[in-house]
Design a protein around this ligand. Structure first.
Ligand code: CA
Length: 205
């Protein structure tokens, strides 16, 4: 089955060029030409990847990205930034985008990034065979180990599960109840402050 890509872009010429090329590469492409439509489609349908322009009518790409992550939609997002402005890149990554491409871009560059994101996302459907890196912290999901620099961070199974859930839902606001349910299950013996103390514990390591 073809992998589905949602393209949210308002420049018609670029929409046509990108749709044609992505389709010829074997992807199923759905387009939205403003932020509201893009947000609605990305929320209500399932996609393997979202290509999201920053400058959009009605609702900008940053807002769309942030809203999707807050709704718990974890689909990989590549932002198309109009300028090479560093602030665009930083803001985009901070609100949960996975990658960005600066306009004007070479088609080959975008295709390579699309492939890279899809490869990341399809391994095990989650991060099960992945290594995730942020700063000097590296999380190896295959070995279920976390490292700071060269040192192994000592984590319990539940702490690792929590870390994994937070990484898989990075950029999203997660409630204490959600974390309790996902990581601890419906265990009546667990106090709701457990999440707080564990996250403080994680901070220290
Ligand atoms: Ca635009």
């Amino acid at each position: 089955m073809s992998q589905r890509i949602l393209l949210v872009e308002d420049e018609l010429g670029l929409v046509m060029t990108l749709s044609d090329r992505l389709t010829s590469e074997g992807y199923a492409v759905v387009t939205a030409q403003d932020g509201d439509t893009g947000l609605a489609r990305a929320t209500n349908e399932t996609f393997d990847l979202i290509i999201l322009d920053v400058m959009l009518p009605h609702r900008g790409g940053f807002d769309v990205c942030r809203d999707l992550r807050q709704r718990g939609v974890g689909t990989p997002i590549i932002m198309l930034t109009a300028r090479g402005q560093i602030t665009d890149k930083v803001v985009g990554l901070k609100i949960g985008a996975d990658d960005y491409v600066t306009k004007p871009f070479e088609m080959m560059e975008l295709l390579a990034r699309v492939e890279a994101q899809l490869r990341r996302a399809t391994i095990g459907g989650t991060l099960s065979n992945e290594v995730y890196q942020f700063g000097d912290v590296r999380v190896d999901f295959r070995r279920a180990e976390a490292y700071r620099g060269e040192d192994v961070v000592d984590l319990s199974a539940k702490e690792f599960k929590l870390l994994r859930y937070l990484i898989e839902h990075r950029g999203a606001a997660l409630s204490r109840d959600e974390l309790l349910n996902v990581v601890w299950g419906y265990d009546a013996a667990v106090s709701t402050r457990t999440v707080d103390s564990m996250s403080r514990g994680c901070d220290r390591t």
